[in-house]
Design a protein around this ligand. Structure first.
Ligand code: SF4
Length: 349
């Protein structure tokens, strides 16, 4: 009985080399195939003339390029953001976002279909969990954005990725790290050490594992509350991993990796945007290698809160300065097409 073809995008280069050897070919052919796909953006076997015909025939029978068809594309009115609804093989759907900033383009990838974490202000959390994505389904999102960029009027390559789309990346640790390995391979898309940022809502074992394994990613931790009670009211996972355990894991990560952590803070009017709260954040993070990213709440169908106003955000930042904490207020991008932080969903509103 013949097995069904493997998804090419699931395979790190080393696995592809091993496959070539198992087929009794030189691993050099695997490396050439890899470059065709990731460097030249070619997936038609007939357009790979440097591969021996017998190798090509073997690979064609054993591998499939499972790109993700675009169900819909929406563009923000300011032209900076595009959101893609992509179809998975099992007919589930996910969203991927392309964001343009001055001098850089960032792809925001999903790591799961839905999310099990249930953060109250997040549209993905409101829809629930369907399943983990495979490494190949994450890589295929990046390949899609790379192809869009190559095909634009001023072609460019994908250089920044954030794993901040649908899903909690550390809940799907192994597949996410395989995807990171593929995306960072210098012979392929070659996203460098500082080009991938992974965001977690506070999966403590995942943070500790990340600290021990030294993966080439930046870590962003979604905090949203400076006391256990405030945080648990917004982020249910805090009941499983309380704030003090989370902060201990963050300190361990920063010490072990000698890296700062980005702390994400969704600013909700009247809920966590007061001067008192800013002081509490300052006391919590003082002395840590940290940057705080303040994100005025984006609207979702299932949560009634409002974003903090600009003045409150500025005041919050000023207080953080007193504690030696750098911060940014996230540019609001793609909110008109529900492509902003916490807005991704495949459920109808
Ligand atoms: S904020 Fe992130 S972790 Fe929380 S529900 Fe949304 S996707 Fe999941």
């Amino acid at each position: 009985m013949s097995s069904s073809p493997a998804n090419f995008y699931d395979l790190p280069l080393e696995e592809l080399r091993k496959l070539a050897v198992r087929w009794a070919f030189s691993p050099v052919h695997a490396a050439r195939l890899w470059r065709y796909v990731y460097l030249d953006s070619v997936t038609a076997w007939s357009r790979m003339p440097e591969l021996p015909a017998r190798f090509r025939a073997k690979a064609e029978a054993a591998l499939v390029f499972a790109l993700l068809p675009v169900a819909t594309e929406t563009r923000s009115t300011d032209g900076f953001t595009r959101k893609y609804l992509l179809a998975l093989a099992d007919h589930r759907r996910i969203e991927t976002v392309l964001m343009r900033y001055t001098g850089r383009v960032t792809a925001c990838l999903s790591s799961q279909a839905g999310c099990a974490m249930g953060c109250v202000f997040c549209a993905t959390g409101q829809m629930g969990f369907a399943r983990h994505l495979t490494a190949g389904e994450m890589v295929a999102q990046a390949v899609h954005v790379d192809r869009v960029l190559r095909g634009s009027s001023e072609p460019e390559r994908l250089r920044n990725i954030v794993l901040m789309g649908m899903g909690e990346p550390l809940h799907n640790y192994d597949a996410v790290m395989t995807a990171v390995e593929i995306l960072c391979d210098p012979a392929g898309l070659a996203l460098g050490q500082k080009k991938i940022t992974l965001s977690t809502v506070g999966i403590v074992p995942g943070i500790i594992r990340l600290a021990d394994e030294a993966r080439p990613v930046h870590l962003a931790v979604s905090l949203h509350g400076a006391t256990q009670a405030e945080r648990a009211a917004l982020v249910p996972v805090a009941k499983m991993w309380p704030l003090d355990e989370l902060m201990a894991a963050c300190r361990y990560y920063s010490t072990k990796q000698r890296r700062r952590i980005f702390y994400e803070w969704t600013l909700i009017e009247g809920r966590n945007d007061s001067a008192e709260t800013a002081h509490a954040v300052g006391r919590l993070l003082r002395g840590l290698p940290a940057q705080v990213n303040l994100i005025p709440l984006n609207p979702t169908a299932g949560y009634g809160g409002a974003p903090a106003n600009r003045e409150a955000a500025r005041h919050f930042q000023q207080i953080l300065v007193e504690y030696g904490l750098p911060s940014t207020v996230r540019q609001r991008r793609g909110v008109d097409i529900a492509a902003g932080c916490g807005q991704l969903t495949t459920s109808a509103p």
